[in-house]
Design a protein around this ligand. Structure first.
Ligand code: NAP
Ligand code: G4F
Length: 364
């Protein structure tokens, strides 16, 4: 039976194939939204995070090819789908990569937002569309902590400077043209579908593989930087709450707690009953499994950044008071979920390898 689509609110999500896009899409579909997503033209299959939604919500979930560097496509999609809410999550989101690809990062993360807001300004004459911008705690960079909406910005990377351009573009389009556009200044949030190149997932994946004997050692960069880590599920609810407010505004979403990268490492190894002892200093530092004496973590200078954001810790009071937002999932619960999910993946990879070895043996 088909859906009567005209009675459902319509959302458009850029970056739908990423971590937040997948959680947000599920959150909105569960609320009864029709969800449209922007998918980058690519020859590689990139739908792993949303495959299940494509099947479960067939008829209410639509994907459109397009790229944030191509304004005409964005314009055409908005004309076609007439969204009530737009969640702009698409970005080159890796801070270290932005040092190697600064111009591309500026084009996507900075001008991409301008292209989308220009399309809204042109098409949505009645100013009905509500717009969410994925701003970031990276805007604060080296500013004193804890950081809140009124803290000064001191971005430390091409990623952060491009996002700062977007932050101000959103504020200017809100004031100049009356567009309901909000900045969510989100501190780090993670999950089992976090990209494998971010530190938390890199750690939980390595822990799982080490527990299965598939990897010997985890190489990391700066072990002493501090991050305010929450679960992505809590943060996408905050994005939605921002767009349900009568007036657009800017909000920090954070847990208010901060931990070092090395704390995350220790907690993740503890989930597989490995207790670590740190030895050495700086680039020679290593973590040893106290039970076996084996080195399981070491430092690689290539993984450091030209400039580091040393400490992020957010103050989410405004979001608590104005949106009624708070986090439900603790860091320990997050780490447990991530390690368990990565152990499942490691086990299924081991099974697949076994199957293909058996096939090769029986054929050969
Ligand atoms: P993510 O997993 O890296 O997802 C990024 C998404 O953007 C992917 O769907 C990616 O598509 C898409 N994308 C990249 N370049 C694009 C382009 N040129 N045109 C169209 N789409 C493009 O990031 P995330 O963790 O979900 O974060 C979502 C947003 O929040 C990002 O803007 C990020 O900068 C921001 N943010 C994240 C955090 C955090 O801790 N996660 C905190 C603050 C702010 P492919 O899948 O095809 O690559
Ligand atoms: O996991 P990360 O790469 O995340 P980072 O740089 O904090 O950025 C993430 O959060 C931002 C919000 O604050 C988002 F805007 C952004 O899009 C992204 O989602 O690195 C976290 C920390 C850094 O201090 C880094 O130097 O971990 C340190 N680190 C140490 N070793 C490492 C590694 N980071 C990575 N990716 N890989 C390492 O081997």
């Amino acid at each position: 039976m088909g859906w009567n689509l005209s009675k459902f609110p319509v959302a458009f999500i850029t970056g739908i194939t990423g971590q937040d896009g997948a959680y947000l899409a599920e959150f909105l579909l569960d609320k009864g939204y029709i969800v449209h997503g922007l998918r980058q033209p690519s020859t590689l299959p990139d739908l792993i995070n949303i495959e299940d939604l494509c099947i479960r919500y067939n008829g209410k979930f639509f994907l459109h090819y397009g790229d944030m560097t191509d304004g005409s496509v964005l314009h055409r999609i908005l004309l076609h789908i007439k969204p009530d809410e737009i969640y702009h999550l698409a970005a080159q989101s890796h801070v270290k990569i932005s040092f190697d690809s600064p111009e591309y990062t500026a084009n996507v993360n900075g001008l991409g937002t301008l292209r989308l807001l220009e399309a809204i300004r042109t098409i949505d004459k009645d100013r009905k569309i509500r717009f969410y911008q994925a701003s970031t705690s990276e805007l604060f960079g080296s500013t004193p902590f804890p950081q809140c909406e009124t803290s000064p910005f001191e971005p430390c990377s091409p990623y952060a400077t491009a996002k700062l351009y977007s932050y101000w573009t959103v504020k200017n389009y809100r004031k100049s043209y009356g567009i309901h556009a909000s900045n969510g200044i989100l501190f780090n949030h993670e999950s089992p579908i976090r990209g494998e190149e971010f530190v938390t997932r890199k750690i939980t994946k390595a822990v799982a593989r080490i527990s299965m004997g598939q990897q010997n050692i985890l190489m990391l960069g700066n072990l002493d930087s501090k991050r305010d880590w929450g679960h992505a599920k809590d943060y996408v609810r905050g994005m939605w709450l921002m767009l349900q407010q009568e007036k657009a505004d800017d909000y920090v979403l954070a847990t208010g707690k901060t931990y070092k990268v090395r704390d995350f490492v220790e907690k993740a190894f503890a989930k597989i009953d490995i207790k670590l002892k740190w030895q050495g200093k700086g680039l020679n530092e290593k973590a040893i499994d106290t039970a076996t004496g084996r080195v399981v973590v070491a430092v690689d200078k290539e993984l450091f950044r030209p400039q580091e954001v040393h400490c992020l810790i957010g103050n989410p009071e405004k979001a608590k008071n104005m949106l009624g937002w708070s986090t439900d999932i603790s860091l320990d619960e997050l780490i447990e979920e991530m390690v368990e999910a990565d152990i499942k993946i490691a086990k299924s990879e081991a099974n697949n390898n076994l199957i293909s070895e058996n096939v090769i043996c029986s054929n050969g």
